[in-house]
Design a protein around this ligand. Sequence first.
Ligand code: GDP
Ligand code: ZN
Length: 321
Amino acid sequence: MSLMREKKNKDVIRGIVFYGINNIYAVKADGREWLCRIKGKVLKEDKRYYNPIAVGDIVFFLPDDHLDDRGWITRRENRKSFLVRWNKKKRAPQIIAANADVLVCLSSVDNPPFRPRFLDRLIISGVYGGLEPIVVINKIDLGVTDGMDGRVGDFKKAGYRVIYTSAKMGIGIEELKSVIFGHTVVFAGQSGVGKSSILNAICPDWDIKVGEISRKYNRGAHTTNFAKLYQLDESTALIDTPGIRELELYGIDPDELWHYFPEFLPFLEGCEYPSCKHISEPICGVKEAVANGKLSYERYESYVRLYDQLKEAKARDYERY
Ligand code: GDP
Ligand code: ZN
């Protein structure tokens, strides 16, 4: 190895991306914050993607020769997990966050209304990317409707932890804290469900931190459109994501969708074919269980709808798989 090359390698710094806006990434390394841009190659490698680097990514960068606290990202470490969605407008997969281990799938009792199908999709995206989903239902102070209770029970039966919270009344916040501490947690949900309120309840000095970040990197622009990572302590980090209006699945083949409905598993032995999709096959353990009330009709219906959507999408957006 030449001397020059060795010198270069020495200068490379490893850090974590905690904020990204317009191709500029805020990277934390050894307690310092750097503003970095991408140096060619990383982009090429990930051309398919809407964003080659996401919040939570571990990157390697070279400090700029002339400007303090500026750098050039040369490489990104392989992700151990990710939250991805299909960006319809850009027709490309979009990584919302990287390297977390828990996904808080946030919804509310009302205002905006409880949307279980949105939760189904969010959970599936999380599991696809290697995250453990937790369902959090906020605004419990508004009460719970009967129909909603059943659907929440379905999530529990499928094996997902469900936590009811009220950011307003301080309900469930301690429980939520206890399950997220020691992890890197992505918070995702539709806007208006109370994500900011919950994050503030978990970490009361949040407001100040958000303010700091927006002043420093955003120059007054809308902060809510970008994900941000907050390191709470050595082993706990929270990733705040912008409110998601629509969540389209990426990378999941319709024929494998049933893998993401764990409650179907015990009934598969009733299916005639191992390749059963549990849709139109006449002898199907899953469909039988739905007919007998052993499986939730609502979850199954959600499955069928998603299956149809993915089938249709596969014919249209081949890049999506
Ligand atoms: P975000 O868009 O998900 O970040 O939601 P916000 O935290 O900005 O909250 C949206 C609205 O819901 C605000 O008017 C909050 O005051 C209200 N809100 C948040 N949490 C609760 C709650 O637990 N109960 C009730 N009733 N309202 C809440
Ligand atoms: Zn079947």
